[in-house]
Ligand binder design. Structure first.
Ligand SMILES: CC(C)(COP(=O)(O)OP(=O)(O)OC[C@H]1O[C@@H](n2cnc3c(N)ncnc32)[C@H](O)[C@@H]1OP(=O)(O)O)[C@@H](O)C(=O)NCCC(=O)NCCS
Length: 349
C-alpha cells in the first residue's frame, strides 16, 4: 500500500527504479559511444639510446633493462603539438571514412600545449577546418587520454554530440632537461587520435577516473612563468622509484574497478592497452591483473613515454598490425602526474 502511494506521488522515481533509466529516455534508442578508427603521427627524427650516450652519462643497456625503451621520436623545431595532433586526426578521419564536417567535438589531451591559451584543441579545430566542432583541452598528464575518453563517452551517450575526435598529443622533448639522465632518456614526442561516434550497441562499457594531488611532488614541472619571468625549474622532475611503486597498484586497482562496473573479468579482456611509461610497469600491472603478457600492447620500446599520446599511439599500432579487431574487448589504463589515473573498457568498433 505504501509503495503504491509512493509510486503515485513520485512516478518518475518509480519508473527509474523499475527500469534503470529516466522516463524521458524511454522513447530514445540506446545510445553508446563507440571507438571506430585510429590514426597516429610520429615526428621524423628518431633519437636512439646510443645517441643519448653522447648527451648524458648513460648506456643503451641501462635504458633498455630499466625501461624497455630503445628509441623515441623528437619533434622538429618548426612543429607544434597541434601539428602532431592534426596529422594524427587526419589519419583517423580517413580511416573512419568521415569528413571533417561530420565532427562536432574535438578534445585534445596534452600537457605540452602550443601556448597557454587558446587551447591546443581550438588551434587543431582551426587547422582542420572543423567548423561544426566544439573544442577543449584536457590536462591530466599521462592519464589525459583516458580522462578525455571518459568525458567524451558521457557527452555522446547523452545524445549531445555525435562524432568526436579524441586526441593525445605531446612534445615532451621541450620540457625535458637534456642534462638530467634520470628523466631525458624516458620520454618522446608523438600524437594519436581516435574517432568516437554514436552507436546503438556498446561501445564504451565503463570508465573510472581518479586523482590524488597530495602525490604531486613525485612527478611534476615545478617552474612557472609569473610576470614574464620563469620562477623555479621549468623541466620535468621525477622520483622514479616512488612513481613506479604507485603506478602498478593504481593501474591494477582501477582496472579491477572498471571491470566490475562493466560486469566483466580479466579473462574477458582481449587487449590491455596501458600507458607506455616503462615495460616493467606494464608487465607488473598485467601480472597483478591476471592478464597474460601477450595480451598487453607494448610500444614503449619504439616511442618512449609519450604521455597522453601513448595509449592512442598504441591503439593505432595494434589496429594496423591486425591484433586489434572489431568486437574485441579493450581495457585502456593510464597513470601520470597529478597524480591522476583511470581506465576505460570498450568493445572495439
Ligand atoms: C626511472 C627508472 C627507470 C629508474 O630505475 P631504477 O631501477 O629505479 O633506478 P634508480 O633510480 O634506483 O637508479 C639507479 C642508479 O642508476 C642511475 N641512473 C639514473 N638514470 C640513469 C641513466 N639514464 N643512465 C645510467 N644510470 C642512471 C642512478 O643515478 C642510480 O645510480 P646510483 O645507484 O649510483 O645512485 C624507474 O624508477 C622507473 O621506471 N620509474 C617509473 C618512471 C615512470 O614511469 N615515469 C612516468 C610515469 S607516467
Amino acid at each position: 500500500m505504501q509503495i503504491a502511494t509512493l509510486c503515485l506521488a513520485f512516478p518518475e522515481l518509480a519508473y527509474y527504479c523499475l527500469n534503470g533509466m529516466h522516463p524521458a529516455r524511454r522513447f530514445l534508442p540506446d545510445v553508446y559511444a563507440k571507438l571506430i578508427a585510429t590514426g597516429s603521427y610520429l615526428p621524423e627524427k628518431i633519437l636512439t639510446n646510443k645517441d643519448l650516450e653522447s648527451l648524458v652519462e648513460t648506456s643503451d643497456e641501462w635504458i633498455r633493462t630499466r625501461s624497455g625503451i630503445e628509441q623515441r621520436h623528437i619533434v622538429a623545431d618548426d612543429e607544434a603539438t597541434s601539428d602532431l595532433a592534426v596529422n594524427a586526426a587526419r589519419r583517423a578521419l580517413a580511416n573512419a571514412a568521415m569528413s571533417i564536417d561530420d565532427i562536432d567535438l574535438i578534445v585534445v589531451a596534452t600537457t605540452t600545449p602550443d601556448v597557454v591559451f587558446p587551447s591546443t584543441a581550438c588551434i587543431v579545430q582551426d587547422k582542420l577546418g572543423a567548423k561544426n566542432a566544439a573544442a577543449f583541452d584536457i590536462q591530466a598528464v599521462c592519464s589525459g587520454f583516458v580522462y578525455a575518453l571518459s568525458i567524451v563517452d558521457k557527452m555522446i551517450a547523452t545524445g549531445a554530440h555525435k562524432n568526436a575526435l579524441v586526441i593525445g598529443a605531446e612534445t615532451y622533448s621541450r620540457i625535458l632537461n637534456w642534462k638530467d639522465r634520470a628523466t631525458c632518456v624516458l620520454f618522446g614526442d608523438g600524437a594519436g587520435a581516435v574517432v568516437v561516434t554514436r552507436g546503438e550497441t556498446p561501445g564504451i562499457l565503463a570508465s573510472r577516473i581518479k586523482s590524488d594531488g597530495s602525490r604531486r611532488s613525485i612527478l611534476n614541472v615545478p617552474g612557472q612563468v609569473r610576470n614574464g619571468a620563469v620562477y623555479g625549474d621549468p623541466f620535468v622532475h621525477m622520483d622514479g622509484q616512488a612513481v613506479f611503486k604507485f603506478a602498478v597498484g593504481a593501474m591494477a586497482d582501477v582496472c579491477n574497478e572498471t571491470q566490475a562496473a562493466a560486469g566483466v573479468t580479466a579473462s574477458d579482456i582481449d587487449w590491455l592497452v596501458p600507458h607506455q611509461a616503462n615495460v616493467r610497469i606494464i608487465d607488473a600491472t598485467a601480472k597483478r591483473l591476471g592478464v597474460p603478457s601477450e595480451k598487453s600492447i607494448v610500444t614503449v620500446s619504439k616511442h618512449g613515454n609519450t604521455s597522453a599520446a601513448s595509449i592512442p599511439l598504441a591503439l593505432d599500432v595494434a589496429f594496423n598490425d591486425g591484433r586489434l579487431k572489431r568486437g574485441d574487448l579493450v581495457q585502456m589504463v593510464g597513470v601520470g602526474g597529478g597524480f591522476t589515473w583511470g581506465s576505460v573498457l570498450a568493445r572495439w568498433g
